[in-house]
Design a protein around this ligand. Structure first.
Ligand SMILES: [Zn+2]
Length: 117
């Protein structure tokens, strides 16, 4: 992975089976997501990449939680410590719309693949 990541770019290394990007909230934290059948997966879309499942920056100060879908960031709820420990809360979807509306829009319109051969 490069030392400096650009915001709004999803970096994918197929060789190392990992992806990385800067936290979508703009805090500058580097988020690494291992790729694999039991981990994250990246999909090519017509408007940009999709990363599944959601990204949760629980160890970071911002505690961001979002889904990258077709080059767009969909903000999800910020979980409390108890919720994080309990795993994925079932009421997540209910609160999604509210949080989505009060977060800045951030588009992963650009991404790089096989950058680190
Ligand atoms: Zn952040």
């Amino acid at each position: 992975m490069p030392k400096v990541l650009e915001p709004g770019v999803l970096y994918v290394s197929e060789k190392y089976s990992t992806a990385a990007h800067l936290c979508a909230c703009g805090c500058g934290e580097k988020i690494r997501t291992p790729l694999g059948p039991t981990e994250w997966s990246v999909r090519d879309g017509s408007r940009g990449p999709s990363l599944w499942p959601s990204v949760g920056s629980w160890q970071r100060p911002c505690r961001s939680h979002y889904i990258i879908d077709n080059g767009d960031v969909h903000w999800s709820t910020q979980w409390s410590d108890a919720e994080v420990q309990a795993g994925r809360a079932s009421e997540q979807a209910r609160r999604e719309a509210y949080f989505e509306s009060c977060r800045p829009h951030f588009s992963f319109w650009r991404w790089l693949r096989n950058l680190f051969r």
